[in-house]
Design a protein around this ligand. Sequence first.
Ligand code: AQP
Length: 336
Amino acid sequence: MTKPRLYSGIQPSKDSLHIGNYTGALVQWRALQDEYDAFFSIVDLHALTNAAHDPKILADATRGLAAQYIAAGIEPAKSCLYVQSHVSAHSELTWLLNTITGFGEANRMTQFKDKSQRFGADATTVGLFDYPVLMAADILLYDTVIVPVGDDQRQHVELTRDLAERFNSRFGEVFVLPKAQFPEEGARVYDLQNPTAKMSKSAESDAGILWLLDEPSVTAKKIMRAVTDTLGVVRFDWENQPGITNLLSIYTALTGRSEQEAEDEFTGRGYGDFKKTVADAVVAEFEPVRARTLELQADPAELDRLLAANAERAEAIANATLKRAQDAIGLLPRLR
Ligand code: AQP
């Protein structure tokens, strides 16, 4: 029996993932790859919308992200791991979907609002505005049933469903309606220095971000310096203790402990002791992933071969869906 399809991706907008990408996306991906026919894309076209995009580092970051996927447990023998720009159907379907997307609905996307505010008027592009439509094309091309993502992508997956429904009702049944899936813990990790703001690769300061490829001593130092409060109690309370709660949430996501178990473990213990335990857990999780990433990056030709083979597999599926969409929308088929 064929397995239901799963699709997700991460932008190679930096040379390392952060812990939010790890707990929000990769940990779920790893757990779901047996149950689903999984496609994990390195969404480099999305990375072009970033204010800090640098053409000199994008190709290396793309390969490096493939290495991090594998090092974190995505198995190339089971899952299709490929680069978005290697499959041109992503860009082509985006255009078709653009023509049925309302300006108003795209304008309601909170991630666009946040990022455009952070980037400023000069760096806010039509590409950034169109990011959710490209993401819809990514998902719909693969007849995706489930999209495992962090909480920040909830609205984008809802837009994807709306576009699929609209297209199907206007032009005939072409797309499968996907559903987002969020992890129980670690669905939203906040910046350690500003624990009410999402941890983000494109944040201005590095001090609040736990990079997967940071040296262990740097990781530990960032956690020991994380912003907390003066209440002196380790408990889940996003409203009054966002810093402590963020660290607790990272801890439960990585150790599999329940919220209650984690709170009980730290009853009567000071913040320094608590932070040290969280730092040890993060370092223990990241260290083998970091070491394996560095090993894989030492053989770029092998990574490129793997990505090329997987692009072919992805392309066959994506092109078939694109053709259905082109036919349904009424474009004249090209004679072959
Ligand atoms: N802070 C977060 N907590 C939990 N999950 C997160 N994700 C991102 N940040 C957090 C999840 O990681 C996946 C890939 O994200 P992306 O790089 O494609 O885009 P993003 O959501 O815009 O991530 P960043 O880190 O904020 O990147 P930049 O700054 O480059 O845009 C998604 O599943 C996302 O939910």
